[in-house]
Write a protein that binds this ligand. Structure first.
Ligand code: GSH
Length: 215
């Protein structure tokens, strides 16, 4: 029997987004439990590590976004069966994660101008290297997605990260960044246009979610 799922996260795109995308894509019902900031202190006490996302599965709590995503991907049939393809998906997941991790040190820069300058240097340096590499992987995969013609967990992760990078959350990353990466933009727009994905962002509750629509 299919498990009863309840996903806890703030009412904005973030670490829960790939899980939401995959469950929706596969038509797996789940309760999308979002809450306003003022309810967080109380809710925090109930979370295994005091953080979200958390996926409640038949009353049991699963924490850590990477674990939740892997579980959701398996439920959704978005993890390849053969070990090699599954390992390549893991490889791409790590690469995609790096496109976000490279900005982490910049969050501790106090001066706003300095922070933006540091981020612009990342955009022109390490981010460019990683986006070009991902573009190359896409153009040589033999299909529309990272591993070929079948969409996998890695695609939902890349789609999420690329959208989050340009959604305005990180000052210093231009919102039109993808104009410099036409193949990546086309890939983003292809996933954003899948009917079930487009429906998810029809009535966005935050401006950040607009970046998950075709750009
Ligand atoms: N390693 C955890 C990190 C989770 C995390 O940082 N969650 C943030 C939201 S993105 C959170 O719950 N912040 C509120 C808090 O820590 O009180 C994961 O990947 O799930």
């Amino acid at each position: 029997m299919a498990p009863t799922l309840k996903l806890y996260y703030f009412d904005m795109p973030g670490r829960a987004e790939p899980t939401k995308l995959m469950l929706n894509y596969a038509g797996i019902p789940f309760e999308n439990f979002t809450f306003p900031r003022d309810q967080w202190p109380e809710l925090k006490q109930k979370m295994p590590y005091g953080q979200v996302p958390v996926l409640e599965v038949d009353g049991k709590m699963l924490a850590q976004s990477a674990a939740i995503e892997r579980y959701a991907a398996k439920l959704a049939g978005l993890t390849p069966e053969d070990s090699w393809s599954a390992a390549k998906v893991d490889e791409y997941l790590e690469l995609v994660k790096e496109t976000w991790d490279i900005f982490m040190p910049s969050f501790s820069i106090k001066d706003a101008d300095e922070k933006v300058k540091a981020r612009q240097a990342i955009v022109e340096g390490p981010l460019k290297v990683k986006l070009l590499k991902l573009t190359e992987i896409l153009s040589t995969s033999g299909g529309s997605y990272l591993t070929g013609d079948k969409i996998t967990q890695a695609d939902f992760s890349l789609f999420t990260n690329v959208s989050l990078l340009v959604c305005g959350f990180i000052d210093g990353i231009p919102k039109d960044l993808l104009d410099s990466y036409p193949e990546m933009k086309a890939y983003h727009n292809r996933i954003a246009s899948l009917p079930v994905i487009a429906k998810m962002y029809e009535n966005p509750t935050s401006d950040y979610a607009l970046a998950f629509r075709p750009l």
